[in-house]
Design a protein around this ligand. Structure first.
Ligand SMILES: [Zn+2]
Length: 243
C-alpha cells in the first residue's frame, strides 16, 4: 500500500546517492524522522529549487511504500530563515540542533514536543537579536536540555538518581549525565561536578523557563546534554562540528 505524507519538515541530512540522486533525511511534524530518495536532485535544481536546504521550514510530500526509504515527490520552503543563513554563529548552533534531533529521534515516530522545541530554537536563532556567539550558544544549551526532556530523558537535578536523596537547593553536586542525573557522595559521586547555580539554571531551562546563561555555563550544559544524549542514541559527541 502506498501512503502519501504531506507535512511540514526540516531537512536534517542529505547524502549523494548514485549518479544523480540524493538521500534526504527529514524531521517531519506529522511522522517524525523519515529518509527519502530525491530522484535527479543533483542533475537539475529546477524541480525542488532551493528547497533541499536545512534550517528553512519546508513542506514536503512523500510517497511511503513502507520500505526504509520514501520517495520525495514535492518540496517547497514554507518559512525561510534567512537570518540564520547569514550569521555564522546562528548557522553553527542550528546545525548542531538538527544533528541532535537526527541522532536522538527514532525513525517513523512523531515527536510533537521535539518538533516544537526545534522550531522554537530555529526561530530564536533566526531573529536579529542573535548577534553574538554567546547568544547562539545559550539558545543551543537550552534546546539541548529541552530536547532531552521532550524525548523522556530529562536530567534529574533535584535528587540522587541512585538513592533519591534530595540535594539542597543551590548546592553543587556530582552529575552522571549518561546515567540520568546527580549522584550523592554516599552513592559514590561522579566524575563531573556542577555548581549550585548551574543546577538551578538547568532545572529551569528543562521546564522551558527562559534563563540567562553565561558563555561558560552554556558550554558546560552543552557538554552535559551531549553526554546524556550519547547514552540514548547512536550519538557520538565527538561528531560536533561535522555533518
Ligand atoms: Zn545517593
Amino acid at each position: 500500500m502506498i501512503r502519501r505524507i504531506d507535512s511540514a519538515a526540516l531537512l536534517v541530512r542529505s547524502v549523494a546517492y548514485g549518479e544523480a540522486d540524493v538521500i534526504a533525511t527529514f524531521f517531519t511534524r506529522e511522522s517524525g524522522k523519515l529518509s527519502a530518495v530525491v530522484r535527479g536532485a543533483r542533475k537539475s535544481t529546477k524541480r525542488f529549487g532551493g528547497a533541499l536546504e536545512p534550517i528553512h521550514e519546508l513542506v514536503v510530500t512523500l510517497e511511503d511504500k513502507g520500505k526504509e526509504l520514501c520517495v520525495l515527490k514535492e518540496a517547497r520552503i514554507q518559512r525561510p530563515r534567512t537570518g540564520i543563513a547569514t550569521n555564522l554563529e546562528a548557522m553553527e548552533a542550528a546545525g548542531q540542533a538538527l544533528r541532535w534531533v537526527r541522532h536522538l529521534c527514532p525513525a517513523r515516530t512523531p515527536e510533537p514536543a521535539a518538533w516544537r522545541s526545534l522550531e522554537d530554537v530555529l526561530e530564536a536563532l533566526d531573529t536579529e537579536g542573535v548577534r553574538s556567539a554567546s547568544e547562539a550558544r545559550r539558545h543551543l544549551a537550552i534546546f539541548g536540555l529541552r530536547l532531552l526532556t521532550d524525548m523522556g530523558y530529562a536530567l534529574e537535578l533535584d535528587r540522587c538518581i541512585r538513592c533519591a536523596r534530595v540535594c539542597p537547593e543551590g548546592r553543587s553536586a556530582f552529575i552522571d549525565a549518561a546515567g540520568g542525573g546527580i549522584v550523592c557522595t554516599s552513592c559514590g559521586g561522579a566524575r563531573r561536578t556542577i555548581s549550585g547555580e548551574l543546577r538551578v539554571l538547568a532545572a529551569r531551562a528543562q521546564r522551558a523557563e527562559s534563563v540567562l546563561l553565561s558563555w561558560e555555563i552554556a558550554g558546560e550544559i552543552i557538554e552535559i546534554a551531549e553526554e546524556a544524549m550519547a547514552a540514548h542514541a547512536d550519538f557520538d559527541p565527538s561528531l560536533q562540528g561535522r555533518t
